[in-house]
Write a protein that binds this ligand. Structure first.
Ligand SMILES: *Cc1c(COP(=O)(O)O)cnc(C)c1O
Length: 422
């Protein structure tokens, strides 16, 4: 491994200075920011300040004094530029799953108003290989409103891309598309799919779980209708950090959503018996914000200040290409089947490799302080987070992976035992 050359790449990296903002576990190469991003020093300090300083000293006064009550909007506005959204369209709240339920309901509420007829649009089209919770939420909504209002339709990802008009039809109410496939890292052409959907009058919900903070996203320019995403992956908001939801401004007046909690009310502190939705994006809120968790997200987003997302994407591509090149040069590449697309523009910020012993290999890697993860049935995933991953780290990761493959140390019994979280 030519570490001198890798050090030169690090020295020339315009994002190299970002790494110092993060708490990096000692001697560890962290290639799992696509699952749980690392803690930043600013986040650590903010959580201490919000607990000891705000809650500890000011108690309930903090809702006003420290503007806790505005956190969902404030964090939403801070996030908006990272996903190409103009102000007034994003709030931070709940999980992706819950936000999807709201977005699906809101999208279907538009169908009722505009397209009522003998056979209203009722299909929610998604990909079979989508993250399961996305599909489960459609099934859950369907169980309430009935399949004549909401029916999940699954397409094979490749077939959908090859022939979108065969799947997106006059029956389609919503296309629910995740930009980056969590298993394969394949990046779908969202703008093109939105165009197809709009041509036949369907709406689109985009899931940005593996996009936000990893690459430029252009929701407004794409004319997306709705979007959801999480903040604990590439945005480094912390374990279980609240997610976000985007609604295009043009839809805000007409939509409604059924998780009509008091924080989505036009006047929550009037405590009226009847629900009246807030006029703006606040109508997507339900209950009290998780202040500690949301303060962490707020601080985490500061590490993106001044970061050029094109530059971030360029480094992500460079890191993944380097990983592939180095793996090839070690000679162990042919033991794996890379299931990620060969072309970098068709990938998100991760690579996935199939191997019968992927779980054990992943455990052996973690034991060697290279943090990757495993996804069933047999995929080893490595994620690339340009803010804190160095080119040198990629060299270390491939070197240790090659070692593990050469000495077959992954066959040791301690690496075979499955944990609950993989
Ligand atoms: C990570 C991820 C989720 C997680 O959903 P939560 O409800 O926030 O746990 C959902 N969808 C996709 C595509 C994901 O990658």
């Amino acid at each position: 491994m030519d570490f001198e050359k890798l050090a030169q790449l690090d020295a020339a990296d315009p994002l190299a200075h970002c790494r110092a903002q993060f708490v990096i576990p000692a001697d560890t190469v962290y290639l799992d920011g696509n699952s749980l991003g690392l803690l930043s020093h600013a986040t650590q300090a903010r959580v201490a300040e919000v607990t000891a300083g705000q809650w500890g000293q000011d108690g309930i006064k903090s809702w006003n004094k420290h503007q806790w009550v505005q956190l969902p909007q404030r964090v939403g506005e801070k996030l908006a530029p990272l996903i190409g959204a103009a102000p007034g369209q994003v709030v931070c709240c709940d999980s992706i799953s819950v936000n999807l339920f709201k977005a699906l309901s809101a999208a279907l509420s538009l169908v009722k108003q505009q397209d009522e007829g003998a056979r209203p649009r009722h299909q929610v089209l998604s990909t079979r290989d989508n993250f399961p919770t996305d599909l489960y939420m459609v099934q859950g909504l369907s169980s309430i409103v009935g399949s004549e209002r909401c029916e999940l339709q699954l397409a094979d990802e490749s077939e959908l891309l090859a022939n979108p008009q065969a799947f997106i039809t006059e029956q389609t109410a919503v296309v629910l598309i995740t930009e980056v496939n969590f298993r394969t890292g394949r990046r779908l052409p969202v703008a093109k799919l939105i165009e197809h959907a709009h041509r036949v009058g369907a709406r689109v919900i985009v899931d940005l779980a593996h996009s936000a903070g990893a690459m430029p996203v252009a929701l407004d320019a794409w004319q997306a209708d709705f979007a959801v995403g999480c903040t604990y992956k590439y945005l480094n908001g912390g374990p279980g950090a609240p997610a976000f939801i985007y609604v295009a401004k043009r839809h805000l007046p007409a939509i409604s959503q059924p998780l009509a909690g008091w924080f989505g009310h036009a006047n929550p502190f009037a405590f009226e018996a009847d629900y009246e939705a807030a006029p703006g994006i606040e109508k997507m809120l339900s209950g009290t914000p998780a202040v500690l968790a949301m303060a962490a997200v707020d601080a985490a987003l500061d590490s993106f200040t001044g970061v050029d997302l094109q530059q971030l994407r360029a480094k992500s591509v460079q890191l993944s290409e380097l990983f592939l090149d180095l793996l090839e040069s070690t000679g162990c590449a042919n033991e794996f089947r890379c299931i990620s697309p060969a072309q970098s523009h068709e990938r998100g910020s991760q690579l996935s490799f199939a191997h019968d012993d992927a779980y054990a290999i992943c455990q052996a890697l973690i034991d060697a302080k290279i943090i990757a993860d495993f996804r069933a049935p047999n995929y080893l995933r490595v994620g690339f987070t340009p803010l804190y991953t160095r080119f040198t780290d990629i060299g270390l990761a491939v070197e240790r992976l090659a070692q593990i493959m050469a000495d077959k140390s992954y066959l040791a019994p301690q690496f075979q035992q499955r944990h609950k979280v993989t």
